[in-house]
Write a protein that binds this ligand. Structure first.
Ligand SMILES: Cc1cc2nc3c(=O)[nH]c(=O)nc-3n(C[C@H](O)[C@H](O)[C@H](O)COP(=O)(O)OP(=O)(O)OC[C@H]3O[C@@H](n4cnc5c(N)ncnc54)[C@H](O)[C@@H]3O)c2cc1C
Length: 385
């Protein structure tokens, strides 16, 4: 792959930059982090603007409403939207970055028709219901059960840490459909309409004080069989498709944002030790960006992510925490306040530090990422049971 941008890439960049310059001043002020209805409205409004200007689903095929953009255009989009401080994908995260791509890879024609365009237009928000109180790292031990009753599955159980459940229209739901099969064999992947009777969403508070995720209780919820993605009991394979997007491409835009934070922190870092540490972080981000380019190119060719995607989450999430920790040392006493004061932009750094504490847990802990890299990438022996 030629990593330099071509003339047509630069033309795409100029056109996008002009659009962003015209569009961003029209946006209302960003909502408070705990005002969920307004957050949903704000994020989906931005999604709709992207869709109307043909910038939604840049990497999605044209037949599903995406732009079918080249890998370099996708990277330019991320660079430019981050540089212009455009809104982040927000509540559209799950739908845009892994539910939609899973439906593209594994869904039926009807499922593609019913959901993909709506996700891209910001008309449909998704959440994820994979983890359970006793099934996080060992996700395949999940116990939420689904019993077939004619054209429906009757689902009972509990999910936890479901990001955006309080504003979700649909959820990625993993259920056990064969309790007698080995644990990886009896799982099914369902699209859960969040408005169905028997679903109760109870928000959970994070260290930041906002309810980014929720517990979801399911009591004999009747989910149509037509909501099944992939075959019954083949859900573990479909889950791995979802996770390859979640741990691979979903971090890409965050990575560009980390580069921006490095730039923003740099004027405050006057101590030589701090500057050296910041330089190391910037260099490592640069290396990860090169790996990202490779991952995006592979995804563009094959649809599903390759080995590079299994590698990226671990170094990125740990690096992001180092950046957060360094930013607090650089800000010194200003890091005690989450509100900006005296012309400093301390608030964003403090908020980021608290938010990124969870990065080495969400989407698979660092220990589990090390196991995956050891076993699936390096071919080392499996950990003892
Ligand atoms: C911000 C955030 C958002 C999230 N969003 C969602 C969401 O939208 N939907 C969803 O379904 N889930 C979500 N999760 C849940 C997340 O996927 C789980 O928290 C994660 O998989 C870890 O599971 P656990 O919390 O049960 O920890 P455990 O699995 O109980 O792990 C506890 C500790 O033991 C270690 N450990 C466990 N097994 C091994 C092993 N085999 N080898 C070495 N160490 C091991 C872990 O690394 C960890 O340090 C989210 C989590 C966070 C923090």
């Amino acid at each position: 792959m030629d990593l330099r941008y071509s003339d047509s890439d630069e033309a795409f960049r100029a056109e996008l930059r002009e659009w962003l310059t015209g569009e961003l001043p029209k946006l209302p002020a960003p909502p408070h982090r705990e005002d969920w209805p307004t957050r949903r409205a704000y994020d989906t409004d931005w999604q709709r603007r992207l869709y109307d200007a043909s910038y939604a689903g840049l990497n999605w095929p044209k037949e599903y409403g995406g732009r079918g953009a080249s890998p370099s255009e996708q990277l330019i989009f991320l660079e430019e939207t981050t540089r212009a401080r455009a809104p982040y994908v927000g509540v559209n995260f799950v739908g845009q970055l892994h539910a939609g791509p899973t439906i593209i890879a594994e869904g039926t024609d009807e499922q593609k028709r019913d959901h993909l365009e709506k996700i891209l237009r910001g008309d449909e928000v998704w959440c994820q219901g994979f983890s359970e109180p006793s099934a996080g790292s060992d996700l395949a031990s999940l116990r939420t059960k689904a019993v077939r009753d004619g054209d429906h599955y009757v689902v009972t159980g509990q999910k936890i840490w479901c990001s955006f459940a309080q504003v979700g229209d649909f959820g990625e739901l993993l259920v056990r459909t064969d309790p007698d099969a080995p644990k990886h064999k009896g799982i099914t992947w369902l699209m859960l309409p969040m408005h169905l009777p028997g679903i109760e969403v109870r928000p959970l508070k994070t260290a930041l004080g906002s309810s980014e995720f929720a517990e979801v209780f399911l009591d004999e919820v009747r989910v149509p069989v037509s909501c099944r993605v992939g075959a019954e009991n083949d859900g573990w394979r479909v889950t791995n498709v979802t996770l390859s997007f979640e741990r691979g491409t979903a971090f890409v835009s965050e990575m560009v944002d980390a580069m921006r934070l490095v730039e923003d922190l740099s004027p405050y870092a006057n101590d030589p030790t701090h500057r050296r540490e910041l330089g190391h972080i910037a260099a490592e981000l640069d290396a990860l960006w090169a790996l990202t380019k490779r991952n995006i190119t592979q995804a563009a060719k094959g649809g599903v992510m390759g080995r590079g995607a299994m590698m990226i989450k671990l170094p990125y999430s740990e690096l992001r925490q180092r950046l957060g920790e360094l930013s607090l040392r650089v800000l010194d006493r200003a890091s005690l306040s989450i509100e900006d004061f005296d012309g400093l932009h301390n608030g964003e750094f403090v908020e980021e530090r608290l938010r990124t504490l969870a990065l080495t847990i969400a989407a698979g802990t660092s220990q589990i990422q090390r196991n995956i890299i050891g076993e699936r990438v390096l071919g080392l022996p499996k950990e003892p049971k």
